[in-house]
Design a protein around this ligand. Structure first.
Ligand SMILES: [Zn+2]
Ligand SMILES: [Zn+2]
Ligand SMILES: [Zn+2]
Length: 310
């Protein structure tokens, strides 16, 4: 990005975050204790904020990927950055229509990770916005119920990735909100049921395993990357896992490997799946860890002898 492009990008980025922020604040006014549909006003206002944020996030993304001219009308293609920036500051810079910007994504499959589901959501929010602005958007109870989940989908899978180049194998979207939302809103968001459900799905889809988080107690913790997708607890390098002899899940018993050696290679562990408190022995010879209650359950390595030695 050139210096001028960077300035335009930053402005658009901040505005996308602003509407995202307002949209999240709006949807969180909904009390979800009874898993009820949104009320009409919350649904409408949140949808508008989200659509604003999507359009701006898409522009910011395209500037970053293809330069500022990719979002501008053809008459700017041969103009200098200085000229474009001056028009931007005067509020007289004209961008392509949203449909044409969306078309760039459809034409360049390699540009994004968008699947049919992503495009369906883009389409839906655009239509909702158009109906709202031009006439009215009639939403029934079922629509207003689904909208809770659709709003969360759009935040997690469209807006945040467009703004942050996140890859869900290693990172949680929570990191983005921690930087850009205030603490209280962030706390509310990670206990909003539709959000937690989406994070459970994310942990499962991207890592294959989701267990109870020792911090927030949601089923959003993955031992594959030591991360909680909901509260962003990060246990990298701090813990290890072994399978549970009670529920038989793999990598579900968490333990502290750093203090086990001074403890005769035995320490308390906790199963993040069945919540059983259990002992763990990690063999200093072969490095394999076992969960157990009584010593007689250690059929292979024991603190005295490695099963694989000799
Ligand atoms: Zn957590
Ligand atoms: Zn278990
Ligand atoms: Zn051993």
């Amino acid at each position: 990005m050139t210096e001028q492009e960077r300035k335009i990008y930053d402005t658009i980025f901040n505005n996308a975050v602003l509407f995202l922020h307002r949209g999240i604040r709006e949807v969180l006014t909904h009390n979800d204790r009874k898993d009820s549909p949104l009320n009409g006003e919350t649904g409408i206002v949140t949808t508008l904020f989200m659509q604003m944020s999507i359009e701006l996030a898409l522009k910011a993304f395209l500037i970053k990927e293809q330069g500022v001219r990719s979002i501008l009308l053809s008459r700017y293609q041969n103009k200098t950055d200085e000229y474009i920036f001056e028009k931007f500051e005067n509020n007289t810079l004209h961008t392509k229509k949203y449909n044409d910007l969306k078309q760039i994504l459809t034409n360049n499959e390699s540009l994004t990770w968008f699947s049919e589901t992503h495009f369906d959501h883009l389409e839906q929010f655009q239509q909702f916005r158009n109906k709202l602005v031009h006439l009215n958007l009639f939403l029934g109870e079922a629509d207003l119920y689904d909208l809770k989940y659709e709003i969360i989908y759009v935040i997690v899978h469209i807006i945040v990735p467009l703004l942050s180049e996140i890859s869900f194998e290693f990172e949680t979207p929570t990191e983005f909100y921690q930087t850009h939302l205030n603490k209280e809103e962030y706390k509310k968001l990670i206990s909003f049921r539709p959000y937690v459900d989406e994070m459970e799905k994310l942990a499962k889809d991207f890592t294959g395993l989701n267990y109870y988080c020792p911090e927030c107690y949601q089923k959003t913790y993955s031992p594959e990357n030591d991360l909680c997708y909901c509260c962003n607890l990060n246990f990298e390098y701090a813990v290890e896992y072994t399978s549970c002899i009670v529920c038989n899940e793999k990598k579900s018993v968490i333990f502290d490997p750093h203090n086990i050696a001074i403890n005769n290679h035995v320490i308390n562990g906790l199963c993040l799946n069945c919540e059983t408190k259990i002992m763990v022995h990690k063999c200093p010879e072969c490095g394999i860890a076992y969960s157990f209650f009584g010593r007689d359950e250690l059929k292979k390595c024991t603190p005295e002898k490695c099963y694989y030695e000799d």
